[in-house]
Design a protein around this ligand. Structure first.
Ligand code: HC0
Ligand code: SF4
Length: 575
């Protein structure tokens, strides 16, 4: 331990501690725009590029960037001298001199770190007006929106994409005043290896990276008397949406979420969880078939569209191992426009399916050719949790005062197994609950598989006893972890019977469309705990016990894994 003094407060810190971290220990917040330490997922952006965290160190002539300067024994630091504050303000003023000033209409208005810090520093005018760099905007993917005019070169997106997700989409391009962070040759994002996981969006401090918004399209559909607009909500929405309205992270708002969708004008409010139960029916069947020699092992869960795009780009030689199941929300779309339409006598071409998702990649997924039926999208629009919250505010709905309402039936009924899809380890746990009972013919007494749970380990392994067989299960979250796992499988270094991969660290609870957590991963953990809580509260906790799902098979689909099931619920992959 070494002794330091910050603003006359004496403290001891471990060697190697930065001034920024030491200051935090004594509740002194030094502002920074580029620094980000997401310790749990091993992401540290320490580029020291914004220089907003400048402080004075006694005995040194130059101001020091607190994020990149390690403490030494006897160090005396002052964070709030006239010189430090003036320098900090000048750095922000310089950033503002090359930044659009359209805050009032900016997507990130109220959520932008640059805006917040400029306000905190009391900046009231743009002191250095002059030329501004402008670039091509990009919404080629229909999922991720890039507005490089708003890039402040903090490089957080680059670190996230390159080091955590290992997709290496971004680097600094061009030179001098024109320098900006973007894909090589400034290609449209659709032509890069981007998976649209949206993790770069989650860490962008400004609106340089956001989602492509479909809010207006959804309003238009809702106001069109010829349309029958229905909503489905992903498992992870109900444990995060409350944050947008000031509720504590981890508050379960399922009933209010349903009520809000009804008040927005959706004719039916359904649950993606219903389709997650259907996914388990199909996937568990496929798993057991493969265990019996029909197909290759391991089987990989296929519900994360970002992860699907990743394996298509990065491991084309492994494309016979993902399950052929569509993702639950795509299954839902197919079911809504066939089974639901026929059962309730609604013309399929009038039905507009809106998915409320924690995910940006789902916006890309719905456009994939192999997921269309006769050229028609199964899901029409995807809006993120954030976009949904905007619609609620726009409609003047006081969210926290809403009553709790139930989903509509039949596509609103779900089990605890489907709820946990939204967290890392949840899909495989749900599949195990069903596969175990189908394979052994025995009732599973304890449905909780704790070996596949948890946030901290990016790669998890568990062994599950299935009669006389030891099933080896692998779970990866975050694409860098997925890459390590797949490389080992490809090279024959590891063997598993079944694997779950989710592109976002933590799974959908930390999807790229969730409320911004500004680097506080405790929020993500609270969402995870809430999903497990919701699972415990459910009277039914195994997908194959969902009565509405069983009825649909009986009335419409027929055999699990049969011809109709394949037509509606399965897909293929494209290298
Ligand atoms: Fe997920 Fe899903 S669990 S991907 O993480 O499988 O987005 O929440 O909706 O489709 O169900 C996201 C979340 C979903 C799907 C489900 C899966
Ligand atoms: Fe990289 Fe994901 Fe961002 Fe694409 S969306 S650039 S893969 S972090």
């Amino acid at each position: 331990m070494i002794n330091v003094t910050i603003n006359d407060i004496k403290l001891q810190v471990p060697e190697g501690t930065t001034i920024l971290d030491a200051a935090k220990m004594v509740n002194i917040n030094i502002p920074t725009l580029c620094h980000l330490n997401l310790h749990d997922i091993k992401m540290v952006n320490r580029t020291a590029s914004c220089r907003v965290c400048l402080v004075e160190v006694e005995g040194r002539r130059n101001l020091a960037p607190a994020c990149a300067t390690e403490c030494f024994d006897g160090m005396i630091i002052r964070t709030n001298t006239k010189r430090a504050i003036r320098a900090r303000r000048t750095m922000v003023e310089l950033l503002l001199s090359d930044h659009p000033t359209d805050c009032l209409v900016c997507e990130k208005n109220g959520n932008c770190d640059l805006q917040r810090i400029a306000a905190e520093l009391g900046i009231r005018k743009i002191r250095f007006e002059g030329e501004q760099s402008t670039y091509q905007k990009d919404s080629s993917s229909g999922a991720l929106y890039r507005n490089p005019d708003k890039c402040i070169m903090c490089r957080r997106c680059e670190t996230m994409c390159n080091e955590v997700q290992t997709c290496s989409v971004y680097s600094a391009i061009d030179r001098g005043f024109e320098t900006v962070v973007g894909p090589a040759f400034n290609l449209p994002m659709l032509d890069t290896q981007c998976t649209f996981c949206g993790q770069c969006v989650s860490v962008c401090p400004t609106a340089a990276l956001t989602e492509v918004s479909y809010v207006q399209d959804v309003w238009n559909a809702l106001h069109d008397p010829d349309k029958y607009v229905i909503a489905q909500t992903a498992p992870a929405i109900r444990v995060a949406l409350g944050e947008e309205f000031g509720l504590k992270p981890g508050t379960i708002v399922t009933g209010k979420m349903v009520a809000a969708l009804r008040r927005l004008g959706f004719k039916k409010v359904f649950d993606t969880d219903f389709a997650a139960d259907v996914t388990i029916m199909e996937e568990a069947k496929e798993f057991i078939d493969r265990l019996n020699g029909k197909g290759r092992l391991p089987i990989l869960t296929s519900c994360c569209p970002s992860w699907v795009k990743f394996i298509e780009h990065q491991f084309p030689e492994l494309l016979d191992i993902p399950s052929t199941c569509k993702s639950p929300h795509m299954m839902f779309g197919a079911i809504a426009k066939t089974y639901f339409a026929e059962k309730f006598n609604i013309p399929a071409d009038k039905i507009v399916v809106v998915s409320v998702m924690p995910c940006i990649a789902k916006k890309y997924e719905i456009q994939r050719e192999e997921l269309k039926s006769d050229g028609v999208q199964n899901v029409d629009y995807v809006i993120t949790t954030r976009e949904f919250a905007k619609m609620i505010r726009e409609a003047g709905i006081d969210f926290t005062k809403l009553p709790d309402e139930d989903f509509d039936n039949p596509l609103g009924e779900s089990t605890g197994a489907s709820v946990i899809f939204g967290t890392t380890g949840g899909v495989i746990e749900a599949a195990l609950r069903t596969a175990y009972e189908w394979a052994t013919g025995e009732t599973l007494q304890d449905v909780e598989f704790h070996g596949v749970r948890g946030f901290e380990d990016g790669l998890k392994e568990a062994t599950v006893k299935l009669k006389d067989m030891e099933l080896k299960i692998g779970v990866a979250h975050g694409l860098g972890n997925a890459r390590r796992l797949l490389e080992d499988i490809r090279d024959g270094k590891r063997f598993y019977h079944a694997i779950e991969i989710m592109a976002c660290p933590g799974g959908c609870i930390d999807g790229g469309g969730q409320p911004y957590h500004h680097g506080n991963l405790e929020i993500v953990k609270a969402r995870m705990n809430a999903l497990y809580e919701e699972d415990r509260r459910k009277p039914l906790r195994k997908s194959h016990e969902n009565p509405a799902v069983l009825k649909m098979y009986e009335e419409y689909i027929g055999e699990i894994g049969g011809h109709k099931a394949h037509k509606l619920l399965h897909t293929h992959y494209t290298p």
